[in-house]
Design a binder for this molecule. Structure first.
Ligand code: DX5
Ligand code: ZN
Length: 216
């Protein structure tokens, strides 16, 4: 399966989000990666439902919403309403992860689980078949523009093994510090989806950058 590219609009110009939509719609990018931060789970606040709702009419591609918030169960229905197609919660933010995954699927969305860099893959073994996407954080969540943590390659290998062993069809997404320098190695290790924020939106020609990442 060809890998997917998910530009993170966290790195886009917030005064002109229609331009970010234009870039994603007119490039080989597959998904919008949308980072929601609450200032509690992570030390930063980004944006929430009104912003997602505002960009939805300007888009045709999948909305991959990454919740970096505590107690995400409170808002599952609200994110569905504003247009989320994939809803990813953090393992570290859920006391009853299995229940949360079922609640996301009950709303007709795909269910994702994100792991912080310090969280071992092994913790997912009993729920892997219930997870559509595992988002491996390759930086500490909260900010764009950080450098890629090299340990991520080992985690991709381990996760791929677990998915195979369990006969799951879970996708592996990598989030943080993705560039044209690590993209190929990540795909070779087993990554299915690459999130890229700064590398796309801070580049001279973001459409071309998306296309290059897709072709890599
Ligand atoms: C970090 C976010 C990432 C971020 C990636 O907390 O989850 O999605 O936007 O940005 P870059 O690609 O700049 O590391
Ligand atoms: Zn993210």
């Amino acid at each position: 399966m060809a890998h997917k590219i998910a530009p993170s609009i966290l790195a886009a110009d917030f005064s002109n989000l229609q331009s970010a939509c234009h870039i994603i719609e007119n490039s080989a990018a597959d998904w919008y990666h949308i980072d929601v931060m609450d200032g509690v789970f992570v030390p930063n606040i980004s944006f929430g439902m009104p912003v997602i709702k505002a960009i939805k009419p300007h888009s045709t591609k999948t909305f991959d919403v990454h919740l970096m918030i505590v107690d995400p169960d409170r808002y599952i229905k609200d994110f569905k309403k504003v247009g989320a197609d994939i809803l990813t919660v953090h393992y570290e933010a859920c006391n009853h992860l299995h229940r949360t995954l079922q609640a996301i699927k009950a709303e007709g969305m795909q269910a994702g689980v994100a792991l912080n860099p310090h969280t071992p893959i092994s913790l997912l073994v009993d729920v892997i078949k219930d997870i559509d996407i595992v988002c491996l954080m390759s930086v500490n969540p909260g900010f764009g523009g950080q450098s890629f943590i090299e340990q991520t390659y080992d985690k991709v290998h381990m996760l791929k093994e677990m998915i195979k062993e369990k006969g799951a069809s879970t996708l592996i997404e990598i989030d943080g510090g993705v560039t044209d320098e690590n993209a190929r190695k990540l795909i070779n290790a087993g990554a299915d989806v690459l999130v890229a924020g700064s590398f796309v939106f801070k580049s001279e020609n973001p459409i071309e950058t998306c296309n290059k990442l897709k072709e890599i």
